[in-house]
Design a protein around this ligand. Structure first.
Ligand code: ATP
Length: 788
């Protein structure tokens, strides 16, 4: 090979690094040097990783999760185009790099010919800025003015979404954004601020009149002046009290309104995220943002703005009045001021860091608790209560560790603050005493001055704490806005409204798919089949073959990578989310009901029917649920309990079937609808499903492990490892004696009956005899030619 391509010269630096316990060969391509002798022969191409900036290395490995099987990272400058093409032609590498474009290639199956994409791309340099430093703020791909390279079936929004997620906010940006969220309550906020200024301004006069009153009694003994000043101080107190009450009430109201708005906005945004997003994040992490983060950011922001403004009024007013009382003492005070600021700033920074850690570990602990309580039946049935408690305690210990650090910092901050303000007061008393003794200031000056100085110290301390508090709000706001700004990879509002009625023919044409969370594991590999309108198509095959994934793609829970999924010849992506789910409904293996009444569960989701009562009655009758619902005390108003726990498995499933039928769908998908039920419930539900299959005029896609439930299907599609391996009706497939017949044989063997495979190659009569003479439960009638 070297002899054939003498013009290819590269210069490498080789190094091994140990990353997360895995030794990784790192080959740095220094630059493309046409005249440097080639040193390519010793390189293990399966472990190639090129880079030009070593400091980025660990981050790259971490970000792309490459420490297990690094293939190739193309980064830095002037990576040789020919080199890349070589690698790809030889089908040995994945191309992974820095721009959104190249990162996308990381999830392109190894071995795919990427040459056409590269040809349009390799003229340019690969620019480090798109991946960015982990410590830098933004990795938004919007800056990329080059044409992004998109995998087939992927749109730009999808790439953008990946980059916007986890974007870093600056403190000012987060606060600005938070304040902008308060705009709808501007009128209340203005009133609150007016009250705040009145309260703070009135409060400012207290020390002044306290000094005067003491002077009236102790020094001048002037009763008239004493009475007048007492009257004034009563007015000041009333004004301060009323204004403080208004300020406090109005700010609390604004906080409540803002939290309500942010929470609902966040929820609306999060619920629209694509399914794979929920696969990759912890539920506790999300719910924590709704509960702890939302209230924290609003409460802390409001409280601290409140404190900040109050303190600012106090600081400015105190300084003015202090200078008026004595400029010498004021000068002394000014010397102490910077210490307060420095202290506040340092602790503010630490506070933010610690708060983030605490919130993260808290979310972790929340997830653990949620998982344990959500799966309480499993926990109980494995008697693992103490195991779960240990897991939770471990997570809480981590929270505690960070809280403990925070406690130390808090202690340090408080001590420092008191030391600075009280130390200053002591120095003032000492110096002020000297000034009085030397007759440089009057006797009624020192007391109000010290009082002003104390409130100045408190106000400065509060402003230091404001910074700290604001940083807490920023930490929470950052987490909330990250989530709020995330663009869903699938826009649910896009598309046309589907017609009210369609025939319901479904076609898969060469569909390729992998779950976004597992980019290297192809699930469907060019799968094609047609489910004819008004017929029952059964999908069968080994576990993990991709049957449920097919359902997820029809209903657009996930997006296919390649190929077409058509509903009556129209790409399912053309229809809006809402109208698609009106036409296509799914009954899942685990019937999921909400903690609402039966009626509300049946009428779940947006759809229109002429007569709701009639529609519910028809749907529940068809689902064999009508009778048992009417036998319940509260009938359709019966509460189902959390996840439908107050109903039996069979009842839940029949309600779930009614929920699907009430929309009068054109396509009904039954995904292992009976497999989670006990034998008695299964029989009832199966009877309902059989009736639906016979009576309902709709396309039905049926997934079932128990092959006895699919034998009446008009068409059976056998799926294996993401491919269709056989199609036909039961009789045709049994005659073929291949995949389907093997599945049947395996199931019969499991249930103790003879293998049809053996019997199929025998005479028809023998085969029939085997079945009809079987003493075991005849779950499956394998007689060729028998369709019942
Ligand atoms: N949400 C998911 N994220 C990542 N991988 C998934 C996800 N769901 C399924 N898979 C994987 O996709 C492959 C196909 O799964 P799928 O559920 O479609 O198979 P199936 O044929 O329906 O299996 P079964 O008959 O056991 O239900 C499996 O390897 C599975 O591990």
């Amino acid at each position: 090979m070297e002899a054939q391509e003498p013009e290819k010269k590269y210069e490498f630096e080789e190094e091994w690094i140990q990353y997360q316990g895995v030794w990784t060969q790192v080959i740095s391509l220094k630059r493309e040097e046409p005249n440097v002798p080639k040193e390519k022969s010793n390189i293990d191409k399966s472990k190639l990783m090129f880079h030009s900036q070593m400091k980025q290395k660990h981050y790259i490995i971490d970000k792309l999760g490459l420490y297990e099987h690094p293939r190739l990272i193309l980064m830095g400058h002037s990576i040789g185009a020919r080199m890349m093409l070589d690698c790809i032609h030889e089908n040995t590498l994945l191309a992974i790099g820095l721009t959104p474009t190249i990162e996308r290639m990381a999830i392109t199956p190894r071995g795919k010919d990427l040459t056409p994409h590269f040809n349009s791309y390799i003229q340019g340099l690969f620019n480090l800025q798109y991946l960015g430093d982990p410590n830098e703020s933004s990795t938004d791909s919007n800056d990329n003015d080059q044409e992004p390279l998109l995998a087939e079936g992927e749109d730009e929004g999808e790439l953008k979404a990946k980059f916007v997620w986890k974007r870093k906010y600056g403190a000012c940006e987060a606060i600005g954004r938070l304040l902008s969220e308060a705009c709808p309550d501007l009128h209340v906020i203005v009133l609150a601020f007016v009250a705040l200024f009145i309260a703070a301004g009135s409060d400012l006069f207290n020390p002044w009149f306290i000094g005067k009153i003491i002077n009236d009694i102790v020094v001048n003994q002037d009763v008239e002046s004493f009475k007048r000043n007492i009257f004034i101080i009563i007015l000041v107190t009333i004004s301060t009290g009323v204004a403080t009450g208004c300020r406090s009430g109005l700010f609390t109201l604004v906080m409540a309104r803002m939290t309500l708005r942010l929470r609902t906005k966040l929820f609306r945004q999060v619920i629209k995220q694509e399914t794979s997003f929920f696969d990759s994040v912890r539920t506790g992490d999300i719910t924590n943002r709704f509960s702890a983060d939302c209230s924290k950011m609003v409460d802390t922001l409001s409280l601290n703005i409140n404190i900040f403004l109050r303190s600012m009024v106090t600081i400015v007013g105190s300084i003015v009045l202090m200078v008026k009382l004595s400029w010498e003492l004021s000068l002394l005070t000014v010397i102490g001021l910077p210490f307060g600021f420095i202290l506040g700033r340092y602790y503010g920074h630490m506070w933010r860091v610690l708060q983030e850690k605490i919130q993260d570990t808290l979310a972790d602990a929340g997830s653990a608790a949620e998982e344990a309580f959500g799966n309480i039946r499993t926990v109980r049935s494995f008697a693992n209560e103490s195991g779960e408690s240990d897991v939770y305690e471990e997570k809480c210990q981590l929270v505690y560790t960070w809280m403990r650090t925070k406690a130390w910092y808090m202690g340090g901050y408080m001590s420092g603050n008191i030391l600075i303000s009280n130390g200053l007061a002591a120095a003032t008393l000492w110096y002020g005493g000297h000034l009085i003794l030397e007759d440089r200031i009057s006797g009624d000056t020192l007391i109000p001055f010290v009082l002003y100085q104390l409130s100045l110290g408190n106000a400065i301390g509060s402003i230091g704490a404001v910074y700290t508090g604001l940083m807490e709000a920023v930490g929470s706001a950052e987490r909330v806005f990250q989530l709020m700004d995330r663009q869903a990879a699938i826009d649910l509002s896009e598309g046309e409204h589907a017609p009210a009625k369609i025939e319901g023919k479904i076609e898969f044409r060469n569909v390729k798919f992998n779950y976004p969370t597992r980019p290297k594991q192809p699930v469907l590999q060019g799968l094609s089949f047609t489910a004819p309108q008004g017929k029952v198509t059964a999908l069968v095959g080994a576990s993990g073959g991709g049957k449920s994934s097919i359902v997820s793609l029809i209903t657009r829970l996930y997006e296919r990578n390649d190929g077409d999924i058509l509903l009556d010849g129209v790409d399912v992506r053309k229809y809006t989310h809402e109208s698609l789910h009106r036409l296509v409904t799914v009954v899942q293996q685990e019937p999921v009901l909400f903690a609402r009444s039966i009626q509300k569960n049946i009428l779940y989701g947006p759809f229109e029917v002429d007569d709701v009562d009639e529609a519910i009655e028809n749907a529940t009758k068809m689902a064999s649920a009508h009778e048992f619902i009417l036998n319940m005390a509260d009938k359709f108003d019966t509460q189902c309990g959390e996840k439908g726990q107050q109903l039996s498995g069979g009842q839940k499933q029949r309600i779930a079937i009614a929920r699907s039928l009430v929309r009068k769908p054109c396509v009904l998908i039954l995904d292992e609808a009976t497999s989670a039920l006990d034998a008695a419930s299964e029989k009832i539900v199966q009877a309902a499903l059989d009736r639906i299959q016979q009576e309902a005029n709709m396309t039905i896609i049926l997934i079932a492990h128990r092959l006895s439930t699919v034998k009446n299907a008009d068409q059976i599609v056998v799926i294996n490892q993401g491919n269709v391996v056989e199609t036909g009706n039961h009789d045709e497939l049994m005659t073929k004696n291949n995949h389907y017949a093997k599945l049947v044989a395996a199931q019969l063997a499991e249930s103790g009956q003879n293998s049809p495979q053996k019997t199929l190659i025998k005479e028809k009569v023998v085969y029939k005899r085997v079945v009809t003479n079987s003493s075991s439960q005849k779950d499956y009638d394998i007689s060729p030619g028998t369709s019942a």
